[in-house]
Write a protein that binds this ligand. Structure first.
Ligand code: VGL
Ligand code: ZN
Length: 226
């Protein structure tokens, strides 16, 4: 029998198709691994270092082999972003202010578009990642969640992508547990997805009890803590 495939664009030699078929999951596989913000600035030595952030690439690389579908998020701010303390003279990082859409914690400048800090950690090996969702790219509004900006109403488009492709079982990993991971998990539940957060593949910032509060909210919202 011939092991070549005929496609609309011609015949693909068997060796090439075999090389690409690294995942055994069926095409109907409905689970997706959502890898949140595993970027240099959230790792030790980064601008907004999360303790242990650098441990995640190895853990997530291994985990990701069990998923046919992998989606990444990338925090991606303009250099004068309103979530930066530096955009508010007199304010210090980690203080809170009120913005038109609600309370906002002010952060050190981080994940500025096209800088090394905004790049994914170099050890993250997710060649089969099928979508990268950038967020926080509008100057006036922050976006912790992969689904909505911090006004909780402006969508990123991720829900539409997942629904259209039938990916309704989400597994979340990444940084930071109590901010972007938690906001994404809560929004995903609100949108009707089945959500598991894999704790061993997340690391938190923990500002004044925010880590424990985030887990409480997630558990109350029906997020599975695995
Ligand atoms: C994040 C604070 C500011 C996160 C992003 O990825 O959790 N936290 N920007
Ligand atoms: Zn950010």
């Amino acid at each position: 029998r011939s092991s070549s495939r005929i496609t609309t664009s011609g015949v693909i030699p068997a060796a090439r198709t075999a090389g690409r078929a690294v995942h055994s999951a069926s095409p109907r596989e409905n689970r997706v691994l959502l890898v949140v913000d595993v970027q240099n600035d959230f790792c030790p030595e980064g601008a907004l270092a999360v303790p242990g952030g650098h441990e995640l690439p190895a853990i997530i690389n291994k985990l990701s082999r069990r998923f046919a579908h992998v989606v990444l998020t990338q925090d991606w701010h303009p250099e004068d972003h309103l979530s930066f303390a530096s955009s508010h003279p007199g304010e210090k990082p980690f203080s809170a202010i009120e913005l038109p859409y609600g309370p906002q914690i002010l952060w050190p400048d981080h994940c500025v578009q096209d800088t090394r800090g905004a790049e994914f950690h170099p050890d993250l090996r997710l060649e089969h990642c099928e979508l990268i969702i950038r967020k926080g790219y509008l100057r006036e509004i922050d976006s912790y969640s992969a689904f909505f900006e911090n006004d909780r109403t402006t969508p990123t488009g991720l829900a539409g992508y997942l629904r259209e492709r039938g990916l309704n079982r989400l597994f979340l990993v990444g940084l930071a547990t109590d901010f972007c991971v938690a906001y994404s998990a809560l929004d995903a539940r609100r949108l009707g997805f089945e959500v598991t957060v894999i704790e061993s593949a997340c690391r938190g910032i923990d500002l004044e009890g925010s880590l424990e509060a985030a887990w409480k909210q997630m558990e109350e919202a029906g997020v599975v803590r695995a």
